[in-house]
Design a protein. Structure first.
Length: 322
């Protein structure tokens, strides 16, 4: 399924054009922080007391919204129709609902280190994405407040007992080592313990049935040691086979589908769609990101579609998509 064409979007996405949406989002995201401050929005105004869904296939996306992530959050916004279409029709089912938990840096005194948007369907998905404030903060350390978002996910999100929830973190740094009760209370997170380690938090998520993934943005300025530390830290939290290391934001949606393909046993479908709709360069970027996630299909890395005329094969018929 191509990201900008080759499928019929639902009526609520009528008029959605990638280039137009990208320009519009770039303009609004750039002033979202100043507008939030101008309106007097406080930290607590962007954190719901709880998240509830009746979906048996809830999906939570937790993007890092600090400055180092640049255009990554916006890419998901402008590709929301394609994302919603595929999740609903191919990976998670008609009852799929999606929520967003934005991650900032509480230690660096970000004004909005945690942002929580409700579960939604259809066009409300894009609406909620656009409500996230792109503060662009963060500090000079190599950590952001993923651990606070994870604790919120573990303690403040409810879903049916037979649900199969999936959460995807996206970022380029590591979480802090723990969360204190005082910090939890600051963000209305249910916590009786005086302190919880980040490792305990992620283990609790797994015990409660969450399938967890991390999409790691390829670092641009970190030293080799800090780069290795980021990767090894997340390996301990979610596992090597649940981490995608991605070079470019334009392929974030494809990469998410690859992660879901492993969770839903749809790897072959994912490969077929990627190889039928994306260029070889785009395929290589995504497959490289997912090299420790997807099973080895033990054949050529792409399907060559050809026409045969006069006994000779033409060039591959591959459709370029943004």
């Amino acid at each position: 399924m191509g990201e900008t064409s080759d499928y019929t979007p639902s009526s609520y996405w009528s008029g959605h054009v990638y280039e137009k949406e990208k320009k519009s989002y770039d303009e609004t995201a750039g002033r979202s922080y100043s507008e939030a401050k101008k309106k007097g929005k406080k930290e607590k105004d962007l954190v719901l007391a709880s998240l509830t869904t009746t979906s048996k296939n809830p999906f939570v996306f937790l993007p890092d919204l600090t400055g180092s992530m640049s255009s990554w959050p916006g890419t998901l916004v402008v590709k929301a129709p394609y994302l919603e279409h595929q999740l609903k029709n191919e990976y998670l089912g008609e009852d799929m609902e999606m929520a967003f938990i934005g991650v900032g840096d509480a230690a660096a005194d970000d004004d909005y280190p945690l942002q929580v948007m409700p579960f939604a369907k259809g066009a409300d998905i894009k609406t909620n994405l656009e409500k996230l404030v792109i503060e662009g903060g963060g500090g000079g350390n190599i950590s952001e407040s993923y651990e606070i978002a994870a604790l919120y996910l573990a303690r403040n999100v409810t879903f049916p007992k037979d649900a199969k929830p999936i959460a995807v973190f996206v970022g380029d740094e590591i979480p802090a080592e723990d969360v204190s009760k005082r910090t939890a209370e600051r963000f209305s997170i249910i916590m009786q313990e005086q302190c919880l380690s980040t490792k305990e938090i992620f283990q609790e998520l797994k015990t409660k049935g969450w399938t967890l993934f991390f999409v790691r943005k390829t670092p641009t300025g970190n030293t080799r040691n800090s780069n290795e530390n980021v990767h090894s830290t997340w390996v301990k939290l979610v596992g090597e086979d649940h981490i995608a290391v991605l070079d470019e934001p334009e392929r974030i949606v494809d990469t998410i589908f690859g992660l879901l393909a492993t969770a839903k046993d749809k790897a072959e479908y994912f490969y077929e769609e990627m190889e039928r709709r994306q260029t070889l360069a785009q395929q290589e970027t995504v497959y490289r990101a997912l090299k420790n996630v997807l099973p080895d299909r033990k054949r050529l890395p792409y399907t060559v579609l050809t026409n045969v005329k006069g006994g000779k094969k033409s060039a591959p018929l591959l459709t370029h998509k943004k």
